[in-house]
Design a protein around this ligand. Structure first.
Ligand SMILES: Nc1nc2c(ncn2[C@@H]2O[C@H](COP(=O)(O)OP(=O)(O)OP(=O)(O)O)[C@@H](O)[C@H]2O)c(=O)[nH]1
Ligand SMILES: [Mg+2]
Length: 261
C-alpha cells in the first residue's frame, strides 16, 4: 500500500518489468476481487513480467481493503490509495507514475473492455506505436449489453458524437474516441506525456493524447469489445457538463500556450 506523495516526480526511463496494468477504481468493491482474479490469470498466460496497479481513488465502499488483501499474497498486485476522491485523471496519472513496465496499459477496473483488446493495445505498442487507444466507434467494435441499457447507450452514443465533434473542432484530429477507457503507452510516451497532464477528471485522456501527438509520437487505434453488466456509471452527461466545459477550456488554454508541444 502506497500513500500519495505531495509532488509528482518524473517517470524514470528504464523499465524493470514488461507490462504495467493500471486500474483506476472508484467504488468498485462489488467486482474488484473477481476482476483481479480474471486479470491475473490472463497476465500469467501472457508470459511477460507484469504488475497490476490499482489506484483506489478515495472509494468509500471498501474497494481498497479488498485489493490490500489480495496484494498481501501477490506482490505483483499493487495498491495505491488516494485518501480522497480526486477523479479518474488524477488516479490514472498517479498509477502511471508508479508503473515499472516497458508498456503501460490502462483499462476500466470493471474490465468492461475484453482482455483480448488489452492484448491488442499492448501488442500495438510492442510493435512500435508510441500509444494505442481503443475506439468504440470502429466498425469492428462490438458491445454486449442488457436490453434495458439500450436507451442509456443511445444517449451515450449521441452525446459521444457531439463531444467528439467539439474535441475535433478545438484540438484537431487525435483519435476517434478520446474517452475510451482502454489506452496503452510506451514508457517513453508516458514519461513525456505525464508532466504535461493536469486535468484530474475524465478529460485527462485528451491531455495524454495531445501530449503524445505534440511530441510527434505515433498513436494507433484498436477496435474494442465491450461488455456492460448494469447501468452503474459514473458518467453524468448533463450534471457534469459545466465542469467538462471548464476542463475543455483549460486544456485549450494550455494547448494555445504550447503546453502539449
Ligand atoms: N479514480 C477514479 N476513477 C473513477 C472515477 N469515476 C470512475 N472511475 C473509474 O473509471 C472507470 C470508468 O468508470 P465508469 O463509471 O464505468 O465510466 P465509463 O466506463 O466511461 O461509463 P460507462 O460506459 O457508463 O460504463 C472505472 O474503472 C471506474 O472505477 C473517479 O471519480 N475516480
Ligand atoms: Mg464503464
Amino acid at each position: 500500500v502506497e500513500a500519495e506523495p505531495a509532488t509528482r516526480r518524473p517517470l524514470d526511463a528504464t523499465p524493470s518489468i514488461g507490462l504495467s496494468v493500471i486500474l483506476p477504481a472508484y467504488n468498485e468493491a462489488a467486482l474488484i476481487r473477481s476482476r483481479l482474479r480474471r486479470l491475473r490469470r490472463h497476465l500469467e498466460r501472457r508470459g511477460d513480467d507484469w504488475e497490476i496497479i490499482v489506484v483506489d481513488d478515495g472509494s468509500n465502499d471498501g474497494t481498497g481493503g479488498h485489493v490490500a488483501t489480495i496484494a498481501r499474497d501477490e506482490p505483483r498486485v499493487r495498491l495505491v490509495v488516494m485518501p480522497r476522491n480526486r477523479g479518474k485523471g488524477a488516479a490514472l496519472a498517479r498509477g502511471m507514475q508508479e508503473a515499472r513496465g516497458a508498456v503501460l496499459v490502462a483499462t476500466d477496473a470493471d474490465l468492461s473492455y475484453s482482455l483480448a483488446d488489452l492484448d491488442a493495445a499492448v501488442s500495438a505498442v510492442e510493435s512500435g506505436a508510441d500509444a494505442a487507444a481503443g475506439n468504440r466507434r470502429d466498425s469492428a467494435s462490438r458491445i454486449n449489453l442488457p436490453l434495458s441499457l439500450i436507451p442509456y447507450m443511445f444517449r451515450r452514443w449521441v452525446a459521444g458524437a457531439a463531444f467528439g465533434a467539439v474535441v475535433r473542432f478545438l484540438f484537431g484530429p487525435t483519435v476517434a474516441d478520446t474517452q475510451c477507457g482502454l489506452k496503452a503507452f510506451s514508457r517513453r510516451a508516458a514519461a513525456t506525456a505525464l508532466p504535461r497532464v493536469r486535468t484530474r477528471r475524465f478529460l485527462v485522456d485528451i491531455e495524454l493524447l495531445l501530449a503524445v501527438r505534440g511530441q510527434r509520437l505515433r498513436i494507433v487505434e484498436v477496435p474494442v469489445h465491450l461488455r456492460y453488466l448494469s447501468g452503474r456509471s459514473s458518467v453524468r452527461m448533463i450534471g457534469g457538463l459545466p465542469r467538462t466545459l471548464w476542463d475543455l477550456a483549460r486544456i485549450k488554454a494550455a494547448d494555445l500556450r504550447g503546453g502539449y508541444g
